[in-house]
Ligand binder design. Structure first.
Ligand code: ARG
Length: 454
């Protein structure tokens, strides 16, 4: 691309090179992920300008072809964002001016990089949130399948990491599935929050041109416009937090899964085994098979959660309206979008492939785990609970406790009822079809925005 193009705000005065470098920062790097989305936003804006009589049909055609070409070049890694042009919005506009001439000079009427960047990010986040859905679905399905195989295997339940009550592998898997389902619901809620169109609000105080914002919104596959122009700017960082929040809460769940499995896979616990394909070795200790994959899943989860603090920190003290601070709210959602899918993929793989050592688990089912059950059995026979509690406590302390008192439970460890897994699967199916509806609506809108490029 020609680099004699200038910044959009250039008025002839020289800018200090260090100041320029500092204010541009990493923008050209992160904005590479936004080129496609800014091309779509620009196409919707050009169509809206044309509807308002501000571009004629041939100017519109030329701009749309120019945008499709830029989009295709970006897909091939052949569209550069030179640092002197600051960001993708400027680079795209400069290229349109180069390729479309006068029409290129017209496209910025009624828009600002402030509503452009909000739009590009919203489209980006919407796309990635939709992309997460099938992976979340597969993760939950892997848990359900695992439960169908090992669900009834007894497993000690811990509080304070001390043996507490009898539980099952199925109950442990179920807890993870419910937490994942909650995030699946949150994903749909997120899609709803992201479903308002920022474009057409300019720098944050509206645009004194007859732009049909409802039309722009529908072109981009949004069901509503974001009505307040000021709120468009105020919501930078806020929308990103919603997006990162869903991923961060998922990450928390994956951290718990990792920590549980790391503990269960120790020689001392030995409840589960990790097949060779999931473990890595030591350069010095010949016997080692290490759960590095789980440790890194946990650490990446922890790091992903810091993206949320980053967004909180950058946006907390800002007054209403645009501030350049907001430029730094791009990196956290972009990193998040790139990191979560791999984490989900790896976690799903681990769920499917770890082995359960039924003998070790059986051995770990020490009689005291059944003490609460035994006390409750006495209460059903009419003994007040506090007295039953003392009796069982005495038996345990005196080494006289016999788990046969709770044999009913001990001999029939039941995982989680199939009807519960069925309900989880049904809800997943319903969520998947809701996500698919949103995806279809968006795909049909987006695919109509730009002419097909060769
Ligand atoms: N890179 C900028 C951002 O992300 C784009 C908007 C620049 N707007 C401005 N008024 N300087 O916020």
């Amino acid at each position: 691309m020609s680099t004699d193009a200038t910044r959009l705000w250039e008025k002839g005065a020289a800018l200090d090179a260090a100041i320029h470098r500092f204010t541009v920062g990493d923008d050209p790097y992160w904005d590479r992920r936004l080129v496609h989305w800014d091309c779509l936003g620009s196409a919707a804006h050009a169509r809206t300008l044309s509807r308002a009589g501000l571009l004629d049909a041939s100017e519109l055609g030329s701009l749309l072809t120019g945008l499709a070409t830029i989009d295709a070049r970006a897909r091939d890694g052949a569209f550069a964002i030179p640092a002197e042009l600051e960001d993708c919005h400027t680079a795209i506009e400069a290229e349109l001016i180069r390729s479309c001439g006068a029409a290129g000079e017209k496209i910025h009427a009624g828009r600002s990089r402030n509503d452009q960047v909000a739009t590009a990010l919203r489209l980006f986040m919407r796309h990635h949130a939709l992309d997460w859905a099938p992976q979340v679905h597969r993760f939950i399905e892997a848990l359900a399948q695992r439960a169908a195989v090992d669900g009834n295997v007894p497993m000690p339940g811990y509080t304070h990491l001390q043996p507490a009550m009898p539980s099952t592998v199925g109950a442990w898997l179920h807890a993870l599935a419910e937490a994942a389902l909650e995030q699946y619901r949150a994903l749909l809620d997120l899609l709803g929050r992201l479903d308002s169109c920022p474009l057409g609000t300019g720098a944050g105080y509206g645009v004194p041109l007859p732009l049909d914002r409802e039309y722009t919104a529908s072109l981009l596959g949004f069901t509503r416009v974001q009505r307040s122009a000021i709120d468009v700017q105020n919501s930078r960082g806020r929308m990103e937090k919603y997006f990162v929040r869903v991923a961060a809460d998922f990450a928390t769940l994956l951290e718990k899964l990792s920590s549980d499995l790391i503990l269960f896979a120790t020689a001392e616990f030995g409840f589960i085994g990790l097949p060779d394909a999931l473990t890595t070795g030591s350069s010095i200790m010949p016997q080692k098979r290490n759960p590095d994959v789980l440790e890194l899943l946990r650490a990446r989860g922890a790091r992903l959660r810091t993206r949320l603090s980053e967004l909180e920190a950058v946006t907390a003290g800002l007054t209403s309206g645009y501030h350049r601070d907001l430029q730094l709210t791009k990196e956290p959602p972009i990193r998040t979008a790139e990191e979560l899918p791999d984490m989900l993929l790896i976690a799903t793989r681990v769920i499917a492939d770890f082995t359960v050592d039924r003998d070790r688990l059986q051995t770990a089912m020490r009689p005291e785990l059944y003490a609460t059950h035994a006390a409750l059995a006495l209460t059903t026979a009419g003994v007040p609970f506090r007295e039953a509690y003392r009796r069982i406590a005495d038996e345990v302390r005196g080494g006289r406790f016999d788990a046969n008192r709770a044999r009913e439970w001990r001999d029939n460890p039941t995982g989680v009822a199939n009807t519960i897994w069925d309900a989880i699967r049904d809800e997943c199916t319903a969520l998947r079809s809701q996500c698919a509806n949103v995806a279809a609506r968006i795909a049909s809108a987006e695919s109509a925005l730009l002419p097909a490029s060769e």
